[in-house]
Design a binder for this molecule. Sequence first.
Ligand SMILES: Cc1ncc(COP(=O)(O)O)c(C=O)c1O
Length: 364
Amino acid sequence: MITPEDIERLIRPELTAMKAYTPIEPTDVLSQRIDIPREKVIKLDGNENPYGCSIRVKQAMANYAYYHLYPDPEQRELKKALEKYSGISSKYILAGSGSDELIDLILRLFVEPGDRVIDCSPTFGMYPFSTDVCGGKVVSIPRKQDFSIDVAAIKKTIDKQVKVIFIASPNNPSGNITPEQTILELLNSSMVVVIDEAYFEFSGVTVAPMVLKYPNLVVLRTFSKWAGLAGLRVGYGIFPLNMVKYLMKIKQPYNVNAAAQVAALESLKDISYLSGTIKAIIDERERLFTRLSQLDWLKVYPSQANFVLCSVLNGKAKTIHKGLQKKGIFVRYFDTPQLKNCLRISVGKPEHTDALIASLREIC
Ligand SMILES: Cc1ncc(COP(=O)(O)O)c(C=O)c1O
């Protein structure tokens, strides 16, 4: 009889050795762990939207009558609405089950075992994760001290086996953008340059119109952050036309589910409400930055996203992370060579900032 060990041997060896992605945990799990009611948890660890989605989204989802039918595999209505929102013709647009799915699809399109993919660390963990799943190898080019990308080092690394480079702009977790001039320098190469604009609505900076000019440029966006739809998983990409053709071919036919399509469409119809919550988050980011900067044992990095990165200069980030947890406040803790003793704090509502600052003052 076949044994579990036989099955292990059938698994692709690069996957048995692969490091798993560390996702954030849901609120109910956190609340049970620390024995605090769910509504009291202050969740500042996932760069989610503290205001949630538009109320119109909930109504539209409740009223939708066709959940028993498969959604449009060509995402026609959603693409048309995205054309209006982004100002880019719908023929360049493809939606995914979160931008995570689009990262995966891009890699599946280009990366064969042995190929290489560049990311600029510290950055979003899905780039190495999805590269590993495809059997590719990530080459992480460290960002400079100010978290700007090191173009000279990237250029030295480029060879025929480097297929794709990922640059998050604003970058997660550092919050800084990569200027257009720097991106232009990279476009002058044979690799696919993916600019991940997951936090675009908080920075207002985009290179999306350049996709029409550069056959190797891709821009990714998401509804998870500005529209508060992280739980429904909707993202989209702006791609050169030939890439759209192949991505359409390899994607799961019904990759964006009906509920997610309804929610995304209704969000795009309620921009005036969502613009208000985006503005509230940007204003609160600035207040959070100021309040954190008043703590002389923290170095706070300026951010154009919906989170701020802090380096703990005096004391242990791990102890602070744990201390905050005990008070029901969850932030992200990092301790890697490039992010030593660091915390990333998502922007919440004003009362969340106040509770956080009060707790930080008590803990330290
Ligand atoms: C840079 C970046 N890209 C993509 C994502 C994932 O977006 P989505 O929820 O659309 O998969 C995140 C989420 O944190 C992110 O930080």
